[in-house]
Design a protein around this ligand. Structure first.
Ligand code: DAK
Length: 258
């Protein structure tokens, strides 16, 4: 399939989607989000793809929702789905592992998109923030919830109420991103993280991702029970047998996702 606003490539077992509206700092237009979701859907169905990288370009990961597109919309148009908003939650519910390459600005919906991914790699020059307050609105794509869980109340309040932005190192210290690398290495580093995950059992990866995400939704004892059930369930997979036997036979496992 060909797209206008995203670039799509497959590198071995890693699917790579590059947001590609550099002239608008990758502002999230309805078209771009639709194409992003359609590329994600294609990678979900593609058994060869075991992890997906979503990357920005030199100028931005994304500066948020396209303000020019959104400015004159009515609440009713939004409720009735005349925007990308109904598609939004698909990223957070994506079953395969996702790695974000925060090449530069991740602002507003750009940061919210990033926070819906599993692992974030940031460039040294990245700027992360929720500047919606400057245009008279609040985060609407998960920022008040995901950012607060990630960085705590005081820092989240400062960012959301006053547009205080985080640099990459501070974001790493707070746990919002997991690695910081030079700008030119950012996308490659994200691909490396994804490629490493792609060597593991896709069944175990999928269930591990589900279990970690539940940590944000369940109380501790329910979460522990949930984890235990998934752990037991994995003993029904061929991959778990393969992994343990490969260990005992001192060879590399060959995981088939079965
Ligand atoms: N929308 C549209 N165009 C944008 C844009 C944006 N968010 N950000 C940048 N651009 C465009 C600029 O208009 C400019 O275009 P031209 O004037 O050249 O045509 C071009 O990109 C370059 O931008 P600047 O000239 O401003 O570049 P600077 O380096 O001077 O500044 C900046 C970079 C990122 C600091 C600045 O552009 C900026 O402040 N941008 C706006 C950031 C922002 O306010 N983002 C939040 C938008 S609201 C939801 C899901 C998601 C959302 C809501 C609901 N649901 C599921 C319900 C998300 C909402 C948002 O993100």
């Amino acid at each position: 399939m060909s797209y206008e606003t995203v670039l799509v490539a497959k590198e071995g077992r890693v699917g790579v989607i590059t947001l590609n509206r550099p002239q608008a700092l990758n502002a999230l237009s309805t078209k771009m989000v639709s194409e992003l979701i359609s590329a994600l859907d294609a990678f979900e169905k593609d058994e060869e793809v075991r992890a997906v990288v979503i990357a920005g370009n030199d100028r931005a990961f994304s500066a948020g929702a396209d303000i020019k597109e959104m400015a004159d919309m009515t609440a009713v148009q939004m409720v009735m789905g005349e925007h990308f908003f109904p598609l939004w939650d698909k990223v957070g519910h994506y079953p395969k592992p996702t790695v974000g390459a925060i090449t530069s600005f991740a602002l507003g919906g750009g940061l919210e998109l990033a926070m819906s991914l599993d692992i974030l790699v940031a460039s040294e020059t990245a700027q992360l923030g929720q500047p919606e307050i400057n245009i008279g609105v609040i985060p609407g794509g998960g920022g008040t919830q995901r950012l607060t869980r990630a960085v705590g109340k005081s820092k989240a309040m400062e960012m959301i109420l006053s547009d205080r932005r985080l640099g990459a190192e501070e974001a790493k210290t707070l746990g919002l991103v997991s690695r910081v690398v030079p700008k030119e290495a950012c996308v490659e580093e994200a691909k490396k993280v994804a490629a490493e995950i792609a060597t593991k059992s896709p069944v175990a990866v999928k269930l591990a991702k589900m279990a970690v995400n539940k940590a944000f939704e369940m109380g501790l004892s329910d979460g522990l029970d949930f984890e235990r059930e998934l752990f037991y369930m994995l003993f029904a997979s061929e991959d778990a047998k393969e992994g343990m036997h490969a260990f005992m036979e001192k060879r590399k496992p060959d995981f088939k996702g079965k």
